[in-house]
Design a protein around this ligand. Sequence first.
Ligand code: TRP
Length: 337
Amino acid sequence: MSAPTAMRVVSGIQPTGGLHLGNLLGAILRWVRMQDEAECLFFLADLHAITVDVEPAALRSNVREMAAALIASGIDPARSVLFAQSAVPAHAELAWLLQCTARVGWLNRMTQFKEKSGKSREGASVGLYTYPVLQAADILLYRATHVPVGEDQKQHIELARDIAVKFNTDFDVELFVPPEPFIGGGAAARVMSLRDGSAKMSKSDPSDMSRINLTDSDDVIAQKIRKARTDADPLPEDPALLEPRAEAKNLVGIYAAVTGETPQDVLGRFAGQGFGALKPALADALIGLLAPLRTRLEELRGDPAELDRILAADSGRAAELGAPLIVDAYRAVGLSR
Ligand code: TRP
């Protein structure tokens, strides 16, 4: 196989509905920015989505919803490869080969499985247990050099490295490229609830006022920011002083992520002023980001056939990119395909 390109980015996101500002600033906009830095493959991790309870109709609509949101946010399916994982069979095939390389002891250390299976370990699906091996296949299939993920996924990337190295060693090949977790594309904002600065912004929070949905109108965005919980103190100059002020820190962090500045830059403009000054400016910045995105999202939603066409075309490109590796992987273990 040819040498890997200097930098190839691969990342996946589980298809969920109810997208909000946390998804956008925490993950999606980083992907958008990475398109300028590297060759990128982004996929909807729909095979991962079925490791927990499946609602087929919801899954089908969530795949389209997430694909539409990614495109509306700026993932360009002509420049990056954007596809559904299940549309490229090599992901599942390679996952099987790698399940025979990964060790039970390694999977037993995965903290995400422990969290997700909770007290009902015996009742969890086997797929949930081997989830990180499928994730390793996603990455290794394309010889990704960089894998943009959140902190919670670092252990899975390390596992992918271990699997890559063991496979290469066991079969005396130089097939897999051990990937690196990648913290590029600008800082990912950890977006917290607008009602409680200690809880992550989440689609499952019962209060809609806690989050900004990608479908919220300009008025609703402005209202949610106006009502966001804050404290009575003026903003400081030093970002470190925001540490004990979770709600203030969150709003400054959101502002910085939206404008592409650092919290320090934002405080440079607002230090000494209160939230009466910051909130209207933040609402304007958010509306500036989200209004065009919402319009594009509505267009894409109105044309599911076009969305399916885009995903199908890109899954063909992904399959081509992964084809040589899957053949070599079968050959390495003594099989042919
Ligand atoms: N497990 C990842 C998450 O929940 C999603 C994912 C699946 C992924 N396959 C991947 C991320 C491959 C990076 C690379 O966020």
